[in-house]
Design a protein around this ligand. Structure first.
Ligand code: UD1
Length: 421
């Protein structure tokens, strides 16, 4: 199993290109199930989660071409042969559940394993199920699998989500694109990835208005056709690398970075006294002299502070001047990075969904364990500023969501390497 070794204490300087968004690409890939014609995605990130989604689609009969130039993926669902998302794949990646809506719409039935508990909380699927049932699907839970059928086809409906779940909004949007009549999704998720999926579906012939707002109106069409779509830049990768010079010192330009993708995250960086300036090609982030200021953070749905940047922000707050309170409201149990940061000398107390971080002058390198995707990168960020060597174990979590992390940070002067065992 690979590990990442970081020698801390070097300020960063250089440029980092931002890849296509994992969380945009994962719903865009199953959108291919909605049409017999080819769907071509460009700016596809090279990540193990994308490979996993490709394997799942192949098991349903989708032809997935190898990535050309590393970034172009062609998908063709002209002959679907399966309708089962097996537990073996779903348990590796919850986003596998994004085949449910499009399979139901295209094939009239789908069997999708429930994801089960994962490291960052229970993550049930009730919101997906309620929305699809409102559209006429019959869904039963048997043997750990959701068995869904819509023999007469899905019908448009007025749906109010009890919480603006990203995945449930995406599943409903894809199902409604081919349903009979008009669907209104209220309290829809507003994350930029929803808009990106809708933009692609519109290119495929769907009739969608309001994506990116809390109310999306979809008028179902009889069929969708092929399209080519460029995946949105990854706002979580962007935010993560914006925090690298904030933590280690120095100045880094994020190529492809956009302020409109960041919502409240940028306001928090400003409050922490980190400079963020738009450039011709993206964003430049510079740490001012002295320690960063402590800021409080509450994770919320977009445009609030993203839960997927909470661990990385905690790494920044570990050496801030003062006390910061980080409250996690999207997932229960998403502070597993805290005890690892404590092993590096951080002062953190966790009570339920609230972590209180008292900034220390300096962290100290230590062997630490990655527990999930974002936790693992937060430990690398902490290692950049720590005195001595930090060894991050179990980096397979990292490879799910960050491509070439050691190359990207290494190009900015970080002393970081991957060691294979
Ligand atoms: C997506 C992102 C993930 C991010 C999350 C929140 C992808 C592939 N993943 O995950 O990186 O952390 O949004 O921004 O895009 N919930 C229910 N019932 C449901 C669905 C969700 O209770 O039917 C709860 C979940 O347990 C969780 C919260 O709602 O506590 C948010 O989940 P959701 O927005 O659905 O996240 P995902 O789409 O799984």
């Amino acid at each position: 199993m690979d590990r990442i070794v970081v020698q801390g204490g070097r300020p960063l300087s250089g440029t980092i290109p931002i890849a296509g968004a994992k969380n945009a690409c994962l719903p865009l890939m199953p959108a291919t199930l909605l049409t017999e014609e080819p769907l071509t995605l460009t700016n596809v990130p090279r990540l193990s989660d994308i490979v996993t989604m490709g394997r799942l689609l192949e098991s349903l009969g989708v032809e997935v071409s190898p990535m050309r130039d590393g970034k172009v993926m062609a998908l063709s669902s002209h002959a679907l042969t399966g309708h089962l998302a097996d537990y073996e794949i779903v348990r590796q990646m919850r986003a596998s559940n994004l085949v449910l809506g499009p399979l139901l719409a295209r094939a009239g039935h789908a069997v999708v394993s429930l994801p089960g508990g994962c490291a960052i909380g229970a993550r049930p699927m009730d919101i997906h199920v309620t929305a699809l049932e409102a559209m006429g699907a019959k869904i039963e839970l048997r043997d750990g699998y959701l068995h869904a059928a819509a023999p007469g086809g899905l019908k448009g409906a007025e749906i109010e989500l009890r919480f603006p779940s990203v995945g449930a909004t995406e599943n409903t949007l894809m199902a409604a694109a081919l349903a009979k009549g008009t669907t209104v999704i209220r309290n829809a998720a507003r994350e930029p990835e929803i808009r990106d999926l809708a933009d692609c579906l519109i290119k495929m012939g769907a009739d969608i208005e309001g994506a990116g707002t809390p109310e999306i109106v979809i008028s179902g069409v009889d069929r969708l056709h092929g399209a080519t779509h460029a995946v949105l830049p990854d706002r979580i990768e962007l935010g993560t690398y914006m925090l690298a010079p904030a933590i280690a010192g120095g100045s880094v330009e994020l190529i492809g970075g956009r302020l409109d993708l960041l919502g409240a995250f940028c306001e928090k960086l400003d409050a922490a006294e980190i400079d963020v300036v738009p450039t011709e090609n993206g964003l430049r982030v510079t740490r001012r002299n002295g320690r960063v200021a402590a800021v409080d953070v509450v994770t919320e749905v977009f445009p609030g502070f993203p839960t997927d940047l909470q661990a990385q922000m905690m790494a920044l707050m570990c050496t801030a001047d003062g006390v910061s309170v980080l409250e996690e409201r999207i997932f229960e149990n998403r502070f597993m990075h805290a005890p690892e940061l404590v092993r590096m000398g951080a002062q953190i107390e966790v009570h339920g969904g609230v972590a209180t971080v008292t900034g220390v002058e300096r962290l100290k390198g230590a062997p630490v364990m990655a527990t999930d995707l974002r936790a693992s990168v937060s430990l690398i960020l902490a290692g950049l500023a720590a005195e001595g060597e930090t060894v991050v174990h179990r980096v397979y979590h990292l490879d799910r969501g960050y491509e070439r992390v050691e190359e990207k940070l290494g190009a900015c002067g970080a002393q970081i390497e991957r060691v294979s065992e």
